[in-house]
Every structure is written in C-alpha cells, then in structure tokens.
Design a protein around this ligand. Structure first.
Ligand SMILES: Nc1ncnc2c1ncn2[C@@H]1O[C@H](COP(=O)(O)OP(=O)(O)O)[C@@H](O)[C@H]1O
Ligand SMILES: N[C@@H](CCC(=O)OP(=O)(O)O)C(=O)O
Length: 277
C-alpha cells in the first residue's frame, strides 16, 4: 500500500483533532448492545464517561447514537425479521436508549436532548436550517444533542446503515471540527479483523484512500452498513477539511486519547491542504 502521507502531516492532523472545539461522536449498535442484543449499561456508561472527558475540556459534543433497534430487541420479545418489525422495535428501543442516556449524563449534571431526523431533513435546505438552529441553541445552552434516524418514518438506514452517512452530513453541515466514529473494532483493517487474524490496522488514510476503499469494499458488511459506510463517511468529511477518526469504543479513554493527540484507530487526513503546521 502506498504511503498515506508524511509523518509531519500525520502529527499535524492528530493535533488538529485534539484541538477540535466542536466534535461529533457517532456510536454504533455494537458499541451499545451486548451479545444477546440487549442494551449494555456498562458500554453506554463508558461512552458517556468518554464524552464527559471532552465536555469537561470545554468542547461541544453532538452524539449520533444507533442502538434503538438493539435496545428494542431487549424490551420486546419479538424478532427483527422484516423492516416493519425493525421500525417498530426502534420506537420501543429509542425511548429506553434515551432514558439510559438521560440517567448516565445526569451522573455529571448534564442535560441531553433527543433529535430524530431523516435523510430528507438533511437534504431539504429549510429543514436543515431548522435542524441546525435547534442544534446551535442546544449547544449554547450546554445541552448534549443525541441524534438518531427516525426509523419509524424512514427505512433507508435500517437497510443500508446510514447513521454513518448521517453523522458525516451533519459534521459538514453544522461546521464541526472533528468526526469520531466509534465501533467494535480498532479502526479500519486490511480485512475483517473478526474473520481474519492477519488483518492489520491501517493507522492513517490519505493518499492511500483508493486502495483502502478497495480493501474494505471486499469486506463483509456485518451490521448496518459495516465498515464501508464509516470509511465513506470519514472520506466525505475529510474532503471538507475536517479530520475523522474511526476507533474502538471499548478502548480505555478513547476520546481522551484523541484529545491528547495520541495515535488512535484510523485517522483520515483532511484534503485540500487544510492542515496547517
Ligand atoms: N476491513 C475492515 N476493517 C474493520 N472492520 C471491518 C472490516 N471489514 C468488516 N468489518 C466489520 O465491520 C464491523 C463494523 O461495522 P458495524 O457492524 O456496522 O458496526 P457499528 O454497529 O459500530 O456501526 C466490525 O465489527 C467488523 O467486523
Ligand atoms: N437507527 C438504527 C441504527 C442504524 C445504524 O446505522 O446502525 P449502526 O451501523 O450500528 O450505526 C438504530 O438506532 O437502531
């Protein structure tokens, strides 16, 4: 694989990520549920602890959280056979998920807000402006916006895994400084690390993007969208001059390590010379 970028650019990008004032953290289903697909309180509290680390540094955080369907499976004894069933499960799980986020952030005296959106809302300029105004007001108030797709009225995401794409569209539209996508593997690998023990982590994506894209396109999609939608979302963001990181949610102090400019997961270098040394 060709060299991603020179070492100086990598360390400048890590510093850019560390200095980010407004951050989107996207957490996938696997980072919030256990093996039986129930909401995992320990994982959720750990995610909130990590986000609190960023908030206590004075940063603004928007959380894009999946897990509504997963949390629903644990509440209703019903399978996810059809899209309609997944939609219904998501409506049960979403309120449970928000209850747990509310309790978990309360440990730090933080208030949270729920925003459910669809791809159509993001594509429609008037609706997107309304969305952005709401987010800006919440951030001004010090409230943590927690965003998920409104699965009851939109099914695209349940079929293709679009919380990855939704978080990248929001990152670009509300001028965030960093996108961190948390999942259950330590970044982007040369193959599916759950199936191939020889798969190696790709620490930096830059000039090597086409090769990385080709490698992940051969990987199985796993959950909703798998690694492909994360790589594609991170690429879109980096094309807007914003660094993006894909990392393992269970890594100890994962967001603190990002804020300390350490090497975490896979970092996507911003394109168009936006990195200043
Ligand atoms: N090349 C790869 N690098 C990293 N992960 C991969 C790769 N190929 C497939 N995967 C799979 O993608 C999964 C992450 O996608 P997904 O299941 O949708 O997670 P999430 O619930 O966090 O959105 C990992 O668990 C991993 O097994
Ligand atoms: N909106 C769905 C999540 C769909 C999705 O994008 O899931 P994931 O790939 O685990 O981030 C839910 O909350 O269950």
């Amino acid at each position: 694989m060709r060299e991603a970028v020179d070492a100086e650019t990598v360390s400048a990008t890590r510093q850019l990520a560390a200095d980010a004032q407004r951050v989107i953290v996207k957490a996938g289903t696997n980072s919030l549920t256990d093996e039986e697909s129930n909401l995992d309180d320990e994982k959720l509290d750990k995610l909130v602890d990590d986000i609190e680390d960023l908030l206590s540094r004075g940063k603004e955080v928007l959380l894009v959280s999946s897990g509504a369907v997963g949390a629903g499976i644990g509440r209703v004894d019903h399978p996810t056979g059809t899209v309609e069933e997944s939609q219904a499960l998501s409506t049960v799980g979403q309120s449970h998920l928000m209850r747990r986020y509310t309790e978990s952030f309360e440990r730090y005296g933080r208030t949270v807000a729920q925003i459910l959106i669809t791809e159509h809302d993001l594509e429609n300029p008037e609706r997107f402006t309304n969305f952005r105004n709401t987010v800006e007001t919440l951030l001004d108030w010090g409230v943590v916006p927690i965003i998920n797709e409104n699965d009851a009225v939109a099914t695209e995401e349940l079929q293709i895994g679009d919380n990855d794409m939704i978080s990248s569209s929001i990152a670009i539209g509300v001028d965030v400084d960093l996108l961190v996508t948390l999942t259950d593997v330590g970044g982007v690998y040369t193959g599916n690390p759950k199936e191939n023990p020889d798969a190696e982590r790709i620490p930096v994506v830059g000039e090597n993007y086409d090769e990385v894209e080709e490698l992940v396109s051969e990987s199985s999609t796993g959950g909703f969208g798998g690694i492909q939608t994360k790589v594609s979302g991170a690429r879109d963001v980096s094309e807007h001059g914003i660094p993006a990181i894909i990392a393992r949610s269970t890594e100890p102090d994962v967001l603190e390590n990002v804020a300390r400019a350490e090497s975490v997961g896979t970092i996507f270098v911003p394109i168009n010379g936006e990195v200043d040394d």
